[in-house]
Design a protein around this ligand. Structure first.
Ligand code: PHE
Length: 464
């Protein structure tokens, strides 16, 4: 069995932020913010991150670090001696299954970003003509329906993810995220600066921060998005936490990751809205009809229209691809580390087997955008989701992550002793006078809030 590696101090923060920052920030957040009319939704989202996301993230990192094990083994160890203790391993298994499912469809969209990076590089060199601009929607439709292209790019993305995981925790995960994340920040900040000169910038700021209409569904959606965006509910943070030392402050690191993740979501939204509000209102109709459409049809057209667009457009897709890669790495690591820790497989063997099985499962999602009619039309969840890709996303976002988060909160809040949790949260950080506030957040606030989401889902609401 391989010796347990560990992250450096900064390495852990960067890797965890890398897991959190991903398509959820750049692809989903701007879209649902728009759908919920901006301002007040953003405020509720911030509250959800602070009141529910942060306490659960602390719980996950704590479970991982305490045991130095990946989710299944970690729950088995901590639940020893509790009546029915072994059942808690179920939360770990649920996490492994969820990681596998999310990875299979996430890598498909991640593949699109690589394809569009290549396409935009080509257009930047050969010229982005008005004909190309007006045909972007059709192009995207063609790309979605082309099974070979869909398979090629999702497999390519999985192979890149596997290459990083094969290199191990410190060389692979830490080494790669340490390089990619700073580049991502610099690219995003330069895009923010560029967008400050666009005519839509002021409207974008006003949209994001002015007060707006709040709906009950908006509140539910904010909580669900906080889970997805912070990588919570499936043990990603348990797994990464298991590679940290006791000299690391869980409280400080959680704060850093939550702040970075939220800042990136807001910056990405600012860039997207500045670009979109730069077009006259009359031409905006239909821009936000589907989240995937904005990123791959509206954005290239509008980015190319900006000064220096030949540079910014490919860079934008590279940025999204980097963000996606640092997230798929964490998804794959959860599943791979289960086989390493629990079944004693070697890292290469575990990575190859898990990777290839995920590629096979991902094929169903990749072909469900019209390439293969039976995959595109199935509706296992009735009217909530059409096709395999949508159904997987529906299942993970609405069910698997909230259920996982619910049990992680209940377990840490009610079943781990105060002595143990306080000890972990004070290690490397000093006294924690607000320990009881955190504990009650996990005991009552989080289970009630998440229970409310699940109740809403049972009654027909969907968040993806
Ligand atoms: N947080 C990632 C994103 O925002 C997605 C993710 C979810 C990654 C769950 C790992 C675990 O894109």
């Amino acid at each position: 069995m391989e010796k347990r590696a560990s992250f450096s101090h900064l390495g852990f923060i960067i890797a965890a932020a890398g897991s959190a920052i991903g398509l959820g920030n750049i692809w989903k957040f701007p879209y649902i913010t728009y759908a919920n009319e901006g301002g007040s939704f953003v405020l509720i989202y911030l509250a959800a991150v602070a009141a529910i996301g942060a306490p659960v993230m602390m719980a996950e990192i704590l479970i991982g670090r305490r045991t130095s094990k990946s989710p299944v083994s970690a729950f088995l160890e901590l639940a020893r001696g509790i009546a029915g203790g072994r059942l808690w391993a179920g939360v770990g298994y649920l996490g492994v299954a969820t990681g596998f499912i999310i990875l299979s469809y996430y890598s498909v969209v991640a593949g699109w970003t690589v394809y569009y990076f290549g396409k935009c590089l080509y257009w930047s060199v050969t010229g982005f003509t008005p004909e190309i601009a007006s045909g972007l929607g059709d192009q995207f439709g063609f790309f979605l329906g082309n099974g070979w292209l869909q398979l090629t790019f999702s497999i390519l993305f999985m192979l890149m993810t596997m290459a990083v995981i094969l290199m191990g925790v410190s060389k692979g995960i830490e080494g790669v995220t340490r390089v990619l994340m700073p580049i991502l920040f610099v690219m995003l900040i330069s895009l923010c600066v560029v967008s400050a000169w666009s005519p839509g910038f002021h409207e974008a700021i006003a949209f994001l921060f002015k007060s707006s209409h709040i709906t009950r569904d908006g509140i539910l959606e904010a909580v669900g998005q906080a889970f997805f965006s912070l990588s919570l509910g499936m043990g990603a943070m348990i797994t990464y936490g298991s590679y940290t030392e006791r000299t690391q402050s869980i409280r400080r690191d959680t704060a850093m990751v939550c702040i970075l993740d939220t800042a990136i979501a807001l910056m990405a939204s600012l860039v997207m809205f500045s670009i979109i509000f730069s077009v006259p209102a009359a031409e905006r109709e239909g821009t936000f009809t589907a989240s995937s459409t904005i990123l791959f049809t509206t954005i290239p057209r509008m980015l190319y229209a900006l000064p220096g667009g030949v540079l910014w457009t490919p860079m934008f897709y590279l940025l999204v691809a980097f963000a996606a890669l640092t997230s798929t790495i964490s998804l794959l690591e959860v599943v791979v580390s289960y086989f390493i820790d629990h079944l004693g497989w070697s890292r290469p063997r575990s990575t190859w087997i898990v990777g290839l099985v995920t590629i096979a499962l991902g094929g169903f999602s990749a072909l469900s955008f019209g390439a293969y009619a039976p995959f595109s039309g199935v509706r296992p969840f009735g009217h909530h989701a059409v096709g395999i890709f949508d159904s997987m996303d529906y299942l993970a976002t609405n069910w698997l992550l909230p259920v996982g988060g619910f049990f992680i909160a209940v377990f840490t809040g009610w079943f781990l002793s105060n002595r143990l949790t306080r000890d972990e949260l004070e290690a490397g950080a000093g006294p924690f006078p607000l320990h009881w506030v955190w504990k009650w957040a996990l005991r009552v606030l989080c289970p009630v809030a998440i229970g409310w989401i699940l109740f809403a889902v049972v009654h027909g609401k969907a968040f993806n």
